[in-house]
Design a protein around this ligand. Sequence first.
Ligand SMILES: C[S@@+](CC[C@H](N)C(=O)[O-])C[C@H]1O[C@@H](n2cnc3c(N)ncnc32)[C@H](O)[C@@H]1O
Length: 197
Amino acid sequence: MKLERVIQYAQTLLQMSVAEGDIAVDATAGNGHDTLFLANLVGDHGFVYAFDVQKEAVDATLHRLLDNALEHRAIVLRDGHENVAKYVNKTVSAAIFNLGYLPGSDHEVVTKPNTTIQSLESLLKLLKVGGMIVLVVYHGHEGGKEERDEVIRFVSNLPQKYIHVLRYEFINQKNDPPFIIALEKVKELPRDFENLF
Ligand SMILES: C[S@@+](CC[C@H](N)C(=O)[O-])C[C@H]1O[C@@H](n2cnc3c(N)ncnc32)[C@H](O)[C@@H]1O
């Protein structure tokens, strides 16, 4: 038996949460690997909403979908994931974030604590009971540790009655290895859920 590596485990969590016909969100499309992975899971009757603020990432994601003839299963939006509620008004089964910068591009465009948390708040409302939000937290870059700490503070304070929060991490690796935070919605949020955040 081998422990699943971080990216592999993120995919396992998505696979466990998404069935054919479902709605899923890739909050940080980047080069489109997760968008494609989700597009395969949702099938022809489901749909993926992918977000990225960089044109380069949107183009790369669209190309990846086209190369795999799956462009009809997703929309790739050039907008911040903090605006997810503007585009998605259906119940979501899963969402994935890869925090940090787009590999091989401008390292100045990185995810930011405020917008990441804003997006998490919106997605927690949209998430179905039994659904999952997966964050792969890269924190080696400038600003990465601040974002990591703010996200951890936010998720640690979510009430366990509604959300189960998991951290999956190899703790003896060097050079700021990425780790996973997974949020599982276990109960519908109360009407006054705004007070939870
Ligand atoms: C680590 S990369 C994503 C890698 C991607 N999952 C892949 O498969 O290649 C992070 C991405 O988040 C994007 N990003 C930064 N701020 C964002 C925001 N507010 N909303 C959506 N995407 C954002 C960056 O442009 C970058 O492409």
